[in-house]
Design a protein around this ligand. Sequence first.
Ligand SMILES: [Zn+2]
Length: 281
Amino acid sequence: MLSWEHNPSFVWRSILSVKLVVRQGARWKIGAGFDIPIISEPWIGSGSSIPPVGDDMLALQPYSVGNLIDQERKVWNEPLVRQLFAVETANNILNTPLHHQVERDKLISKAEKNGHYYVRSAYRICIEEVINNDHLRKPGYWSDIWRLKVHPKVKNLVWRICRDCLPTRVKLRSRGVNCPSECVRCDDPHEDSYHLLFHCPITVNIWQTANLWHLIAPSIHQFDNAPDNIVTIMWSIRKARNMKLWQQVSDSTFTILERAKHLLEGWRSANRNKSLLRHDN
Ligand SMILES: [Zn+2]
């Protein structure tokens, strides 16, 4: 078997290759829309997608199609759609039908009417890595995450943590990837999300240095109340873990906290006069 430790893109290449095979000819049927990322997914009209090009579109990456829908009336939030997209794209979105009777988002095949091949086989393996439906059903969670005033990549990380789909070593092993299970940074035998972000001695030291441990310790599972700097530091911890694993770089606590501080301050100043997706679903 290939050793993925020395070939870091192996896992992702595999996942993407399955996705690409499946994507040819597939499109989303829109239920609530919260399972469908806005960017790079075939949900508009008969299956076109919005490419991740340009800062405005990149900023939408953590959001889902559900954020564009008036959920009570099951219609497009037209002012929001017109605010976010160019005229032609906005028209195409607004012309995409929403049906009350479709309750769950579903990827279907354009070619096969029942869509069974795509839904049952390769795609599900991939999408399960990204979306855990059990977590998705927790009411209120999504809007709390998207309301955080932090860089989109930080929201994306929080989203993945909340859905328990961060590709830690324990998670990868549970998916059949042949890799060690030890923590990249401290050699604890069990590197899962909890260990990486809250249990690893290196991480605890970071939280203590940032003077945030007293806030985190009592509410360690309640991400919905996590302030902006806590979630941004989580992103930086995760980044340090990857730098250690792939580039053998050991960031100090100071570096990890500074990187988080710069990201948060940079993002805040860039967004001071901008209100992105100021709505709650
Ligand atoms: Zn550790």
